[in-house]
Design a protein around this ligand. Sequence first.
Ligand SMILES: Cc1cc2nc3c(=O)[nH]c(=O)nc-3n(C[C@H](O)[C@H](O)[C@H](O)COP(=O)(O)OP(=O)(O)OC[C@H]3O[C@@H](n4cnc5c(N)ncnc54)[C@H](O)[C@@H]3O)c2cc1C
Ligand SMILES: O=C([O-])CC(=O)C(=O)O
Length: 401
Amino acid sequence: MGSEVRGGVSSVRDQWKAALLLAPPLSALRPSSCGKNKCFGCKCSVDSQADASVLCHPEPMDTTRVAVIGAGVVGLSTAVCISESIPQYSIDVISDKFTPDTTSDVAAGMLMPHAYPDTPVHLQKQWFQETFDRLFAIANSSEAVEAGIQLVSGWQIYRSMPPQERPFWADTVLGFRKMTEAELKKFPQHVFGQAFTTMKCESLSYLPWLEKRLRGSGGQVHTRKVEDLWELYGAYDVVVNCSGLGSRELVGDLKIFPVRGQVLKVQAPWMNHFIRDGDGLTYIYPGTFNVTLGGTRQKDDWNLSPDPQNSREILSRCLALEPSLQRAWDIKEKVGLRPCRPGVRLQREVLVKDGHQLPVVHNYGHGAGGISVHWGTALYAVQLVKELITTLKISTSKAKL
Ligand SMILES: Cc1cc2nc3c(=O)[nH]c(=O)nc-3n(C[C@H](O)[C@H](O)[C@H](O)COP(=O)(O)OP(=O)(O)OC[C@H]3O[C@@H](n4cnc5c(N)ncnc54)[C@H](O)[C@@H]3O)c2cc1C
Ligand SMILES: O=C([O-])CC(=O)C(=O)O
């Protein structure tokens, strides 16, 4: 199996082979300290008699090598988050698809969470808050345009009263309030609505921006399909699995399933407010390059080809909410498969085979809300990577004592 360095000059097949032969597995990690003064982790052996006044002049500890599988919003943000939090690690992103060909590229990119039934609400709230804060800081910086992040205001409207007038994310978005009677007059079929300001994150800009940041900090990016996590054994100390729906095959997780989403990307530059029906089926999201009109939610449907009947229905539902869209032009159909699961799988695991250990952190299954929580889940994944490394180092040194 070969792989190609994205943006690089040659195949890295040979480097991989060499790495596989030379690299020790994590189970062979050095103890974190030899006991001498100022030791921060070295190749010396543990010496319980070591004189603590003697300075340790270690050979620098080998860099911990992390492979992140997946180059959607989850994989790239997790890779950047690791490189920002633990700059001494070397990070490679390995993926069979990159922007503009991932599910993340099809997303409307609105920061508006979708509930995960199996994930505690306080965690979902935290992930959304962390993602919102991060993107809000970018939106207010000189990077905003390149990163594709902008503030957007609008309405979520309901034909009947929703179970909750204030969703759990109401305090995170800006200026959340009930719509006034005057605002609701625009939507005679709807009885209730919420007005607020949130952000739109354009994957077509955001993913290249993340990739650029990763490369800027020394990370590498390879085009390759991983058939089995054990292919990475020996070349990496930790594998972070951000393969989204690919995890069904890659790690045999049958809890993850596709929910097909078809949208239209149209030109309608006069649209500057978003409108979303609370049933989640119809939405109009103005963005930098186009307006996204949605949508469909087709469970267990793997069909990536646009369906003309779906497109007609989307257009007719959106026109009912915003008749001016009759004048929209340059209509493009897009389809993505949401990687749905009862809850995001954020978990560490040590795979064991033939006496070898492969430490893995899983971060996948973000369903319909991956853009909304990606930075929060990336921070959580980084924590799991750190825990895994600490635990394995501790058990190795204990075993040697
Ligand atoms: C129509 C639509 C609209 C949406 N709108 C929104 C929205 O407004 N807001 C929001 O928050 N979310 C939205 N989403 C959801 C969002 O798109 C997803 O939650 C998010 O993109 C998931 O990101 P990901 O990185 O996990 O998956 P992906 O983007 O699918 O990335 C997975 C990556 O893993 C790689 N991969 C998989 N298997 C392997 C393998 N074996 N070896 C190597 N690489 C592998 C793939 O090539 C890909 O690069 C929408 C989704 C759809 C379909
Ligand atoms: O529901 C929305 O508003 C957009 C979205 O996340 C999706 O279609 O999955």
